[in-house]
Design a protein around this ligand. Structure first.
Ligand code: ZN
Length: 234
């Protein structure tokens, strides 16, 4: 197949991505709640539709990544894939907020917690449970799922043979609403001690371009430069 990069679907503060494969298209994340119409429009604009999806991958089960899932699920037979440790959250219909790593991030997550506790999503049972290093070949995609914990314990990334990697919130490309830690390092992480090891894995994986959940795609060299300033993984 000719090279086609992941198509970014922007929901303003968060992205979903579309991959095209030989068995259909693959959607990674589904954007913000209440914006399913935007998701469907963007899919149409990209020349696809829910019935042409071969797979839906959730990098993690945060509200800004699963917002369109229940609407989409009614329109597609595509299986839904999440990491094993993330599945119970999806099945519960509830969400959690990640831990803040800076005083401002902790303040914002603390302020949002009561709202998050009241938010309810359709309880969805995933079809495919991923652990680590799961091939996407059966879904027509030359690539694999990697377990890349940090932002959540069970976050996953999609590494394609082309060197493109869709990484959820393992990194961001933006200033994180002023919550700190620079342009690439996520200010929100449940398992901050796992971030560096996940970055190292990406850096050694052959990934060339990273497609984050927040902000525009960027070159792996940007991450390599930032990683070089941090202590090595213990
Ligand atoms: Zn998140």
């Amino acid at each position: 197949m000719p090279y086609s990069p992941p198509i970014r679907i922007s929901f303003g503060i968060v992205n979903a991505y579309l991959l095209s494969g030989t068995e259909g298209d693959v959607l990674i994340d589904t954007g913000l709640p209440g914006l399913a119409a935007r998701l469907l429009r963007a899919m149409k604009h990209a020349g696809t539709s829910p019935d042409r999806l071969a797979l839906i991958i959730l990098t993690h089960v945060h509200f800004d990544h699963i917002g369109g899932l229940s609407v989409l699920q009614c329109q597609t037979a595509a299986p839904i894939l999440v990491h094993r440790l993330e599945a119970p959250l999806l099945e519960s219909g509830s969400i959690s907020l990640p831990a803040g790593r800076t005083p401002l991030a902790r303040l914002m997550m603390g302020a949002g917690a009561p709202f998050a506790r009241r938010m309810r999503f359709a309880a969805i049972v995933p079809d495919i449970i991923a652990d680590d290093d799961l091939s996407l070949q059966p879904f027509g995609i030359d690539g694999r799922i990697l377990h890349t914990p940090g932002h959540t314990r069970s976050s996953i990334s999609v590494l394609l043979n082309t060197g493109d990697a869709v990484i959820g919130d393992l990194c961001q490309n933006g200033w994180g609403f002023g919550m700190g830690l620079g342009r690439i390092v996520p200010p929100l992480a449940d398992v901050p001690e796992a971030l560096a090891a996940s970055w190292d894995r990406l850096l050694q994986s052959g990934a060339k371009r990273l497609y984050p959940g927040h902000g525009m795609p960027f070159a792996i060299e940007t991450l390599r430069a930032i990683r070089g300033k941090l202590a090595p993984t213990p």
